[in-house]
Design a protein around this ligand. Structure first.
Ligand code: TYM
Length: 327
């Protein structure tokens, strides 16, 4: 039996190398071994300020990138969260069984609400119950994500467990699946912060659609340190981050990479890494241009995703509504 896998990305800005290495690339690598469900989580993107037209555009771009990175609509159901209204229905039901204290402990909420202060929406606070609904609606076994989403997936598991305890066995308990290499790619300008879609600095992240010259420029400016040796050392976060990206893209071992760079300088590291990043992204960008030139086909793939998932959605929701006394 194939494991059922669910994951999603928020269409809140341009996708970056962290999203690729921490998430999409791993989904693509395992898609033939699993029963796959991948979502564009548009309702999570509206928990902070946003522009409706930009959101619409970001959703299209993200679906195009899912396909361009190699997700195949035959083994994968691909869809947009808001096209399946049961996500928000289930999220409401989970809001009613999730203690406030569990949500108050979420580190992402704490970080974001510190930045936003009194502008924080109630939706940002209950973000994790919607994420739990995404995962649990499909009776998901595994959730492949980057390291920053681990706490949210664990919360989904806790909610499933609490629901099963209160209302009887209903949900499969999901597990986060996090790769060892590049589960947290850091910002090029500041390797103490994870690479993120929302940062405005021009030299922070590498966008999957960045042209080669821009990629080279950003990497040439990446923060390093005043030492010389090019080795994997977590105490030197700038160099460690560049080497980790190199490791993830080349598939070489740390020893091989250190041997390759022995006696060489940071300019060489940045140049070789830029070659590798460009060689990885160029074919993705070419496929992206081809795929997005036929938007009707993308709409069709998304509609098929929803149709395929319908029976699963109805089976879960019927059980949930009955268990909770709503039918
Ligand atoms: P999001 O959109 O921030 O990120 C999408 C995926 O990319 C991973 N990721 C990273 N991996 C490595 N290094 C980084 N710097 C980096 N930044 C992001 C994330 O871990 C994630 O796997 N809440 C989620 C979206 C979501 C979801 C879900 C995920 C909603 N419902 C259900 C899984 C299952 C989010 O905002 O991810």
């Amino acid at each position: 039996m194939k494991k059922r896998v669910f994951s999603g990305i928020k269409p809140s800005g341009s996708l970056h190398l962290g999203n690729y290495l921490g998430a999409i690339r791993n989904w693509v690598a395992d898609q033939d071994k699993c029963e796959n469900i991948f979502c564009v989580v548009d309702q999570h993107a509206i928990t902070v300020d946003y522009e409706p037209a930009a959101l619409r555009q970001n959703v299209r771009e993200l679906v195009g990138l899912y396909l361009a990175c190699g997700l195949d609509p035959a083994p994968c159901a691909l869809f947009v969260q808001s096209h399946v209204p049961e996500h928000t229905e289930l999220a409401w039901l989970f809001n009613c069984v999730t203690p406030m204290g569990w949500l108050q402990r979420m580190t992402q909420f704490k970080e974001k609400s510190d930045d936003l202060r009194e502008q924080v929406s109630a939706g940002l606070f209950t973000y994790p119950t919607l994420m739990a609904a995404d995962i649990l609606l499909y009776q998901t076994e595994e959730v492949p994500v980057g390291d920053d989403q681990k706490q949210h997936v664990e919360l989904a598991r806790d909610i499933a467990q609490r629901f099963n305890h209160l209302f009887g066995e209903t949900f499969v308990l999901p597990e986060p699946v996090i790769r060892k290499v590049a589960a947290r790619v850091m910002g090029l300008d500041d390797p103490s912060k994870k690479m993120s879609k929302s940062t405005t600095s021009d030299s922070h992240g590498i966008g999957l659609l960045d042209p080669p010259a821009l990629i080279r420029k950003k990497l040439s400016r990446a923060t390093t340190d005043s030492q010389r040796e090019i080795v994997f050392d977590r105490e030197r976060p700038g160099v460690f981050n560049l080497l980790t990206i190199f490791q993830a893209l080349s598939g070489q071992s740390q020893e091989e990479i250190e041997a390759h760079f022995a006696g060489k300088g940071y300019a060489q590291l940045k140049g070789d890494l830029a070659d590798l990043v460009v060689a990885t992204l160029e074919p993705i960008q070419a496929r992206y241009r081809e795929i997005t030139s036929a938007p009707e086909q993308i709409d069709q793939i998304l509609a098929q995703g929803v149709t395929r998932l319908r029976p699963l959605v109805e089976a879960t929701m019927t059980r949930v509504r009955c268990a909770m006394g709503l039918r």
